[in-house]
Design a protein around this ligand. Structure first.
Ligand code: DCT
Ligand code: MG
Length: 506
């Protein structure tokens, strides 16, 4: 179960009134004199507040109905630090330092323990004051943060591109990449998950204490963080970056069409660099790899937003020639607000969609690898969190007119001179065609990030007994497919708060 949710022991709304006889202050013996609790009704409602008050009193806690001078602990639910302060000001309480301002999770922990638990940092409503100058954003100043409430699922965390912990997440991603090259899926995932958690934090980790209460922070992860805090860098990351095998795999897999299997094969054959590979004229390359080598320089340089927009125009024009009412949507990183990407992803649909194959048409494509649709109606969603979908899709390289940017006083190297001379740039484009009824699922699946998608499926399976993939959502309890017209509806079926695309950068 998701540990961050309030246990069902404390219902959000008590339906039957009078289940517990009213407990007055005098009828319960106070066992814990050292603290006096006040529960804020704001956003909680009177019924739930009464229920919690009575529960605490029965367990020997002193809970005041009014915000009197004797109160030491204020408990709030779904209120940010700023909201609590505002509320206190409205009640003529200017000095909030007199109280501990605590999240409901502290109260829950006390009830479970049957005694006061330490009001440690993870339960406190606080203003994060640890932003370094570079990542400080004023809107975060007023937000509240409760570490114990950070979900283990990326789909329950709002993750924007404002990463305050890049120093750590970059290191984790290098280590995860190395574990992937070594086919150690468990450690690869552990580092990816930890990176994803840190990306969602509204503050920078400055000391080990800051990790308290956060999910996915195992011993290996902590050791790396500790070293970076103490030494400024990780010796493990340094070792990986200077490791010959890692360097070769990194170089090999930078070629379009080269994955883990080919990298391994080339390494086993004694190749160490792409120059070695190219020098072997007997080596058989796939069509994709040949295109990858041919357009290598263009493809390893990032695609900018300006270029992505230009590609959009080309793709839309091309698709509309065949399907005048087609809906062409940018997905992937650009939909999540990224300014650069390794490719541009598109989802294409139309209420009129019949002959799909016409959509994925040649014309402007320098290379394309067409994958026909393999979708079967009424087939259950895949169980695998990383499974690929069955849409007709096309991994293509598109010939895109160079987007002129003023580089007059920048780079004058030979390479850039060569690039300027070329009127076009090769850009990797993924085109996916979905039937109109599956559009919402396809959009959600192709927007990413990968970690977000993995956790969304994991969440559906483990928390909701549902099966989700890029085509459908299946409720195993009710044994029905849930139809959705928008991403909103899918979040709602899963009982999740809606996350905007730019909050899915997990
Ligand atoms: N996707 C996924 N699982 C995969 C591959 C992709 O769920 N194994 C989804 C999530 C992102 C989307 O498809 C597009 O994939 P990429 O282009 O690889 O990712 P991106 O987020 O767009 O990253 P980049 O900016 O590097 O293109
Ligand atoms: Mg992409």
């Amino acid at each position: 179960m998701d540990k961050t949710r309030t246990p069902s022991l404390f219902p959000q709304r008590k339906k039957q009134k009078g289940m517990h006889p009213a407990v007055s202050l005098s009828s319960c013996k106070v066992k814990f004199n050292e603290l006096v609790i006040f529960i804020m009704e704001r956003k909680m409602g009177v019924t739930r507040r009464t229920f919690l008050t009575q529960l605490a009193r029965r367990k020997g806690f002193r809970v005041e109905n009014e915000l009197s001078d004797s109160v030491t602990h204020i408990v709030a639910e779904n209120n940010s630090y700023a909201e609590v302060l505002e509320w206190l000001r409205g009640h003529k309480m200017r000095d909030s330092s007199r109280f501990k301002l605590l999240d409901i999770s502290w109260f829950t922990a006390c009830m479970e323990a049957g005694k006061p638990v330490d009001s440690e940092k993870k339960y406190q409503l606080i203003v994060q004051q640890t932003y370094p100058a570079t990542s400080y954003t004023p809107e975060l100043e007023t937000s509240s943060f409760v570490a114990g409430r950070v979900s283990q699922y990326a789909c329950q965390r709002r993750t924007t591109l404002n990463n305050c912990n890049k120093k750590f997440t970059d290191a984790f991603e290098i280590l995860a990449g190395n574990y992937e090259f070594k086919e150690n899926a468990v450690l690869c995932l552990a580092f990816m998950r930890a990176a994803s958690v840190l990306k969602s934090l509204p503050f920078t980790i400055l000391r080990m204490h800051d990790l308290e209460g956060l999910p996915c922070m195992g011993d290996e992860i902590r050791a790396v963080i500790e070293e970076i805090i103490d030494e400024g860098e990780s010796s493990r990351v340094k070792d990986v970056l200077t490791d010959g095998r890692y360097q070769s795999f990194k170089e090999f897999s930078s070629v379009f069409g080269v994955g883990l299997k080919t990298s391994e094969k080339w390494y086993r054959m004694g190749f160490r660099t792409l120059e070695d590979v190219k020098a072997d004229k007997t080596l058989k390359l796939s069509r994709m790899q040949k295109a990858g080598f041919l357009h290598y320089e263009d493809l390893i340089s990032y695609v900018s937003k300006v270029e992505a927009d230009a590609v959009s125009v080309i793709v839309e024009d091309a698709v509309r020639t065949f399907l005048p009412d087609a809906l062409v949507t940018i997905t992937g990183g650009f939909r999540r607000g990224k300014k650069i990407g390794h490719d541009v992803d598109f989802l294409i649909t139309s209420p009129e969609l019949r002959e799909e194959e016409e959509v994925l048409h040649r014309g402007v494509l320098l290379y394309y690898d067409l994958v026909e649709s393999t979708f079967e109606q009424a087939k259950l969603p895949s169980r695998k969190v990383d499974a690929f979908d069955h849409y007709q899709k096309c991994f293509a390289i598109l010939k895109c007119p160079q987007q002129r940017v003023d580089t007059s006083n920048c780079d004058t190297s030979k390479e850039s001179e060569k690039a300027k001379a070329k009127a076009w740039k090769a850009i990797r484009v993924d085109l996916v065609v979905s039937p109109f009824e599956q559009y919402a699922y396809a959009l959600l699946g192709w927007t990413g990030s990968r970690q977000f998608e993995r956790d969304l499926r994991r969440y559906a399976t483990h928390e909701r007994k549902m099966m989700l993939d890029n085509h459908a959502l299946y409720d195993k309890t009710k044994r029905i497919f849930l139809k959705a017209k928008s991403e909103d509806e899918i979040f709602a079926y899963l009982g999740l708060d809606y996350l905007e695309p730019w909050e899915r950068n997990a």
